[in-house]
Design a protein around this ligand. Structure first.
Ligand SMILES: [Zn+2]
Length: 217
């Protein structure tokens, strides 16, 4: 948590009544999570592609045309690998974030009707997701970009991005390396792949470190 955040008791939030009214069913919860995760465009949780369509799969309502897999709003997030309903996640997040000392797995188990083991797993995931690790990069950090993927003209016609020029149709990859700790990270930028780390961690942790190009001393 950010150190400047006010104490939880001073924060304005919504009441239990409002929460219940706002999330009357699973569909409402799904809509809310989707709006949080994909404010601009729906992105595949496996590969980060924006080339997705709706699908008729029972639990995975979307299809990615790039990696050819089904996905849901949970795919690739802290909520993955669980069959817990999104509505229960909403309640668990609310209860955890509004209790001064956090909620116990025993209480969550009773409050939202999951096993204690599941409640423990959920709390673990929520705490992990809401805790930003310390500044992973202290710098100086070398930042560079590269373009991956084959040439546009070698692709089948249906798969061309229609962009001309040297990097046309290729995927940009931004990479960072801390000169002191030798820590590295790489990300795919873009509307969909915005801050999707592909290796080494989150590039958002670079923001405070002094940045150099690889050629600079
Ligand atoms: Zn994909």
């Amino acid at each position: 948590m950010a150190s400047k955040a006010p104490g939880r008791v001073h924060r304005k939030g919504i009441t239990l009544m409002e929460l219940a009214a706002r999330f009357p069913d699973e569909g409402a919860a799904r809509k809310w999570f989707e709006a949080q995760l994909w404010p601009a465009e729906r992105c595949c949780g496996h590969c980060g592609s924006g080339r997705t369509t709706e699908a008729s799969h029972k639990t995975m309502p979307y299809w990615c045309s790039d990696c050819r897999s089904y996905f849901s709003v949970k795919t690739g997030t802290a909520l993955a690998a669980s069959n817990v309903k999104l509505r229960k996640w909403v309640w668990a997040i609310y209860l955890e974030l509004t209790s001064l000392k956090g909620v116990s797995s025993m209480k969550l188990h009773r409050d939202i009707g999951v096993s204690q083991k599941t409640a423990w797993f959920m709390l673990h995931r929520i705490r992990e997701a809401f805790t930003r690790p310390g500044d992973a990069f202290s710098g100086p950090v070398e930042v560079d970009e590269t373009y991956m993927g084959g040439r546009e003209k070698n692709r089948p016609k249906g798969k061309r991005a229609g962009v001309k020029g040297g990097t046309g149709g290729k995927t940009a990859v931004i990479a960072a390396k801390d000169r002191k700790t030798r820590q590295e990270a790489a990300s795919l930028p873009g509307p969909c792949r915005g801050d999707r780390p592909v290796a080494g961690g989150d590039l958002n942790h670079v923001e405070k470190a002094p940045v150099r190009s690889p050629a600079e001393p």
